[in-house]
Design a protein around this ligand. Structure first.
Ligand SMILES: [Zn+2]
Ligand SMILES: [Zn+2]
Length: 136
């Protein structure tokens, strides 16, 4: 696997879309029962206004078990070098990526990607990034 492809996969897995619950506003209005409206942080996106575009392609980091940190012999926590503290790593299975995107792309783009997947992984991920408008 080339380094460039890893960068592409990471950029794709990091890509976000507007949170459907708060519509990107980061907050939701909740009726408190007494007829008053309260502004709460959106729980779906944790107040960021964005959710992952491709949730399926994030796999729990096998090195730190999703924690993001590793405990050293002396008891100190160090940042996990496999996932850089994210707790997840991008899936290395191209078919998983294909499955994750085939629902959000139109038929022409899906057909193009299913050809690209046979041509090579680098070609596939490049085509995927282009179809989704993601840049590394
Ligand atoms: Zn939200
Ligand atoms: Zn990790």
């Amino acid at each position: 696997m080339t380094n460039e492809m890893e960068k592409l996969q990471l950029a794709l897995a990091m890509a976000g879309k507007e949170c459907p619950t708060c519509e990107g506003t980061r907050v939701v209005r909740v009726c408190d029962g007494g007829g008053d409206w309260q502004i709460w942080n959106c729980e779906v996106c944790h107040g960021t206004g964005k959710v992952p575009l491709l949730e399926l392609v994030r796999e729990k980091c096998p090195r730190c078990g999703g924690y993001g940190f590793l405990t050293e012999m002396g008891g100190d926590d160090i940042l996990c070098s496999s996932c850089q503290g994210r707790g997840w790593i991008p899936s290395t299975d191209p078919w998983k990526w294909f499955e994750a995107v085939h629902k959000i792309l139109d038929a022409t783009e899906v057909a193009h990607l299913s050809w690209a997947i046979w041509e090579g992984e680098q070609i596939f991920y490049t085509a995927l990034a282009k179809a989704l408008g993601v840049r590394e």
